[in-house]
Design a binder for this molecule. Structure first.
Ligand code: CO
Length: 518
């Protein structure tokens, strides 16, 4: 057994808050912990990608590349890692190669170091373009084996997939268990098998949802895994990654136990506890516990809670168990596709339709696309009757090529559209606009409205913001600022303080509430 210490990558700035706080950690909150995270000596900091781009843009009015610039500046020493959904980039549909390439090149230019690239079907043709672009940009391409449970996803099959990932030129392999279903002994078998067959480093990524994430890591470490992903409590455990401190303690006496400063981890935990409290509206005790339902239904934990709500909306709340039992049947018919966004949703909806109307009486358009090969090659064969039905209903034969080959280049068109709307048309804006057109336009409208507001607010010496927002415009008349009339109001359960200020601009009084940044 190797006695080289195992490396911990830290996920708190991406998967940690994506799994436990609806991806709502803002750049200013990140700014309070990133510099210290940078000094711990983690193998990598996962800071971007996954749902952070969508959520930051949609809910926090942050332009995604501003987040990347800010966090890179705050944590310049540790390599930064992002999660990329192959040809889907960070969305749920396929994008043409030129958009994927531009996204990777631009992200690399803004400092992204490690690109963890996956495809929901494990069809490597869907990650090849991104991997090639990463290599061309001189960065680290990490190819992913999505772990799932099914009769075709044997350890041997997953090991074989790992060897193909090495063959297409990836620098490392990630065994990604997005649902937290990887049993320790299977983790051991896959890592041991890969270690004898590939030369590149291996990472295991799991979630503590079913309660054996730390045990799976322990087994992987015994088998010689190079690194594992951990987070920091309270953005750890439950539906998140195992906590760093807990994992270190679990390795007490183990020759591969790494050494990280416990005092720093302790301080980071305090800071993160404060942020967790600020995000109370987006956290839930349900996500913080070990969930046996995940083991019973073998679907990602996040999907279960969403799905219960969807069934209620469809007035099928009492048919949850029936729908869950239908899921393995739908998966089998659709070639045992792994359950990860977006395929988890596709299987779930079709299972619901089957229970409601009878099997395949109503064929969802997305499930039909899977059957017809538009998402790529499925791990197992499509059920012949289901395929025949899909071909008949759609009037199209099954597509066997690489899905992105059906798509025309789009960058010139995106550039022209943005220019026509009077928006910046650089690559950064083009790639974000390709994925989130409405959200990007909304962001600019909100910024315009802000710029047109009566006064530039240059008030109180507040803590410097991490990411500069739009530059304030210079006012014609200097505002007269009165000092706060009352002490700042502290919002219960958070560290936020709000002060009331009265501004007099051009003789007119404006009442302003100022939120203090912690
Ligand atoms: Co994850």
């Amino acid at each position: 057994m190797s006695v080289v210490p195992v490396i911990f990558n830290n996920t708190v700035l991406r998967d940690g808050h994506q799994s436990l706080a609806a991806t709502r950690m803002s750049t200013s909150q990140i700014a309070t912990v990133a510099p210290e995270l940078d000094t711990v000596g983690f193998g990598a900091l996962e800071t971007w990608g996954g749902a952070t781009i969508d959520s930051g843009l949609r809910f926090l009015s942050e332009f995604p590349f501003d987040r990347l610039d800010a966090v890179k500046k705050l944590a310049p020493k540790t390599p930064h890692m992002m999660l990329l959904r192959g040809q889907n980039i960070v969305q749920y549909t396929n994008f043409p190669d030129d958009v994927v390439e531009a996204f990777v090149t631009t992200s690399a230019r803004h400092g992204m170091d490690i690109f963890r690239v996956f495809d929901a079907l494990n069809d490597l043709r869907n990650i090849e373009t991104a991997v090639r672009a990463v290599k061309k940009a001189g960065k680290h391409a990490q190819g992913v084996v999505c772990y799932t449970t099914s009769p075709v996803h044997t350890p041997e099959m997953l090991i074989e997939l790992g060897t193909q990932i090495e063959a297409i030129g990836c620098d490392s392999i990630c065994i990604k268990d997005m649902a937290g279903l990887l049993p320790p002994n299977i983790a051991f078998q896959i890592v041991r098998g890969l270690k004898t067959r590939v030369k590149i480093p291996i990472v295991v990524h799991t979630h503590e949802t079913a309660g054996f994430g730390a045990a799976a890591y322990y087994a992987a470490i015994e088998a010689g895994v190079d690194s594992v992903d951990t987070s920091i409590s309270p953005f750890a455990n439950g539906t998140g990654q195992p906590d760093t401190w807990r994992m270190l303690q679990a390795l007490t006496g183990h020759p591969r136990r790494p050494s990280y400063d416990l005092a720093k981890l302790s301080h980071l935990r305090e800071e993160l506890t404060r942020i967790y409290a600020e995000l109370a509206a987006f956290t839930s005790p349900r996500n913080e516990v070990v969930d046996n339902d995940v083991l019973i239904y073998q679907v990602p934990g996040g999907m279960l809670s969403n799905f219960r709500n969807q069934l209620k909306e469809q007035k099928m709340g009492d048919r949850f168990v029936e729908v869950m039992r239908e899921m393995p049947y739908v998966r089998e018919c659709l070639g045992w596709i792994p359950l990860v966004t977006p395929t988890s949703q596709i299987v779930g909806v079709q299972a619901m339709l089957n229970v409601k109307f009878g099997r395949w009486k109503s064929f969802s358009p997305e499930a039909m696309k899977v059957a017809l090969g538009y998402y790529g090659k499925t791990p197992g064969p499509i059920d012949p009757e289901v395929l025949a039905l899909a071909e008949k209903l759609s009037g199209k034969p099954r597509f066997v090529g690489r899905p992105a080959d059906m798509l025309e280049p789009r960058m010139p068109k995106l550039r022209a559209e943005l220019a026509q709307k009077g928006l910046p048309s650089d690559d950064e804006h083009c790639v974000i606009y390709a994925m989130f057109p409405q959200e990007l336009e909304k962001l600019f409208k909100a910024r315009e409205a802000k710029a047109a507001a009566p006064a530039p607010v240059a008030i109180a010496p507040a803590a410097p913001a991490a990411a500069p927002v739009a530059a304030p415009t210079v006012a014609a008349t200097q505002p007269v600022i009165k000092v706060p009339s009352r002490p700042p109001l502290v919002i219960p359960g958070t560290s936020k303080k709000i002060s009331h200020l009265a501004l007099t601009i051009g003789g007119k009084r404006h009442d302003v509430l100022v939120e203090e940044l912690a």
